[in-house]
Ligand binder design. Structure first.
Ligand code: FAD
Ligand code: DLZ
Ligand code: SF4
Length: 511
């Protein structure tokens, strides 16, 4: 018989490890302390994964499949994937172990040692749930089509046929991004989103998480994530019907108290296997074909899934493990404690950390241009801010978090992912949100006790990194503007703020 291991982010019936499933085979699923503890995951992420794993196991059993499921509190649980596979091999004496390649480098390394460790054949099958396999990305790289996301994305459009008509992009252009940067008009209320009341299995998991992981970041109270394939499909439909039409226009907008705006809320499901990238893109394309959503929304959405998501995975697998070690800007500052509490007078930061605590979610611009931007400007050590992002989001897995944070936020990869750092002053946040209105700081003020910290930290960032960044042609305008400013007071105020000057940090909540 064959033992088939299914991991917590592989909850897909069509998974390669389940292909050819025979009557006498056993599917092994294990809840292990190692995975629950390699970062202090948001409580909602733990609840989502364990509940979704348990529901997936149950759905296989209903089909008649033999599932050997080890819960976290099983008295003999060894706590690791390797230990649990060893115990299962002793229990079932399989002739072969079949797995789907792990999504994370750390876990694939473990898998690659299992054949010799367990003394039985181990098949590591490709994860065919992505549009672009790891091997395809290597080939595209050799063909020089992975230098920038945009060219990779166009190639993926051609290969997949998504939003293509007679070999040309639907709507006459590849990219509608310039139409996707509107701020939210006053009075426009985003739709209420479909959330799911916990069933008995989820309630059991929520109690277990609250008991065993009480010190972890995040609230469990508002848990409303889908935990089954059926629910995830309903969540997708809710997005397509109610939010997609305006997704494009307000993709970059932020509003206090509006947690989800017009976003998909599907990354947790794509990343754990409850939804597939192909079906979510097909659903968006069908909405366009039916005249239910405009091209800027549908193309914008498809670009995120077919473009960015596949591109960051390709970068991860072609650059690891060296990728994680680079620190191009030499950032070494410790992560401020308020990232874990939200207790800061900077309203944009407290709002974005607050939604993260409540839901395990924040949308792309909140992650990139608020919490990420601050970490970049303040020179936080990449490994520390990466560990935060990996811990606090329900959709966080190393393969997708690392390139986004290390590359896009920290520019620690020297520009492999983004050609320039996403550094911005308070003016950007003011334009795209309503946060500044209720802030203790004044976004219009550049210097002085009440000035918005993003303002002087922005200029200080340019000054501190001038030897590295001034050569970048995409930074030319920023350095031209810097040339008009008196540097000394900017540097003095930024240094005082970063050192925790209570006057500047409004009430002593300095970093
Ligand atoms: P939408 O805004 O509705 O977008 C649709 C889908 O596109 C998402 O579900 C996601 O699968 C995909 N997508 C969009 N942008 C990206 C991107 N940059 N990289 C990969 N996929 C993308 N996404 C994760 O899935 N896990 C992470 O750990 C993660 N960490 C991030 C950290 C930072 C600093 C930044 C800037 C972005 C990160 N992202 C991550 C990407 C993005 O923020 C989330 O995918 C998105 O916010 C998920 O919400 P949504 O489903 O509502 O997305
Ligand atoms: C995220 C996660 C957590 C918290 N726990 C488990 C677990 O107990 N068992 C499991 O199989 N998977 C879990 N996961 C998902 C894994 O971390 C994920 O499969 C690997 O990181 C992929 O490389
Ligand atoms: Fe954030 Fe500055 Fe606006 Fe306050 S004023 S919300 S710190 S950008």
């Amino acid at each position: 018989m064959t033992l088939r291991l299914v991991l917590g982010d592989q909850l897909t019936r069509g998974l390669s490890a389940l292909q050819g499933l025979g009557a006498g085979d056993v599917v092994l699923m294990v809840e292990v302390a190692e995975e629950a503890g390699y970062v202090p995951h948001h409580k909602q992420k733990l609840a989502l994964i364990f509940s979704a794993m348990r529901h997936f196991a149950q759905s296989l059993r209903v089909e008649g499949v033999t599932v050997d499921y080890v819960t976290l509190d099983h008295p003999d649980n060894s706590g690791s994937f390797g230990g649990e596979v060893a115990r299962a091999v002793a229990r079932h004496k399989p002739s072969e172990l079949v797995v789907t390649e792990a999504a994370e480098w750390r876990v694939l390394q473990m898998m690659q040692g299992w054949q010799s460790r367990f003394g039985l054949p181990v098949q590591i099958r490709d994860d065919d749930r992505f549009f672009c396999s790891r091997a395809d990305f290597v080939q595209l790289k050799a063909a020089k089509k992975t230098g920038r996301m945009e060219y990779f994305y166009r190639e993926m459009r051609r290969r997949s046929g998504l939003l293509m008509q007679d070999g040309a992009p639907t709507g006459g252009q590849w990219n509608f991004d310039p139409e996707n940067r509107k701020s939210l008009p006053k009075g426009l209320r985003p739709p209420a989103r479909l959330r799911f009341a916990p069933d008995a299995t989820t309630r059991e998991v929520l109690a277990m998480v609250e008991q065993r992981f009480s010190g972890n970041f995040g609230d469990l109270a508002g848990f409303g994530w889908a935990v089954t394939r059926t629910e995830a499909l309903q969540a997708l439909q809710d997005f397509i019907d109610n939010a997609l039409p305006q997704f494009g226009d307000y993709q970059d907008a932020m509003k206090a108290g509006e947690d989800f705006l017009f976003h998909g809320l599907i990354s947790p499901y794509l990343n754990c296997g409850l939804l597939q990238p192909r079906e979510v893109c097909a659903a968006a394309e069908a909405a366009f074909a039916a005249g239910k959503a405009p091209i800027n929304a549908v193309e914008g959405f498809v670009r995120q899934v077919l473009g960015w998501r596949e591109y960051v995975r390709g970068i991860y697998w072609t650059e690891m493990p060296a990728y994680a070690a680079s620190n191009h800007l030499g950032a070494v500052r410790d992560l401020p404690a308020f990232y874990w509490t939200g207790a800061t007078q900077m309203r944009c930061m407290s709002e974005c950390i607050g939604v993260t605590q409540r839901t395990g979610y924040a949308h792309h611009i909140q992650r990139l241009m608020v919490t990420g931007n601050f970490a970049l400007l303040a020179g936080i050590e990449p490994a520390q801010i990466e560990a935060w992002y990996l811990a606090v989001y329900v959709d966080a897995y190393d393969w997708v978090e690392l390139p986004n944070v290390h590359g896009m936020v920290c520019h620690a990869d020297g520009g492999r992912l983004g050609s320039k750092p996403y550094a911005a002053s308070g003016a950007y946040i003011d334009r795209m949100s309503d946060y500044c209105g209720g802030c203790a700081y004044d976004v219009k003020q550049k210097l002085g006790a009440g000035a918005c910290p993003f303002n002087y930290l922005y200029w200080n960032f340019l000054i501190a990194n001038e030897p590295v960044l001034a050569r970048n042609p995409r930074m030319a305008l920023a350095y031209k503007n810097l040339a008009r400013l008196d540097r000394a007071p900017i540097v003095a105020q930024a240094q005082a703020f970063l050192a925790g000057d209570p006057m500047l940090a409004q009430g002593g909540l300095g970093i």
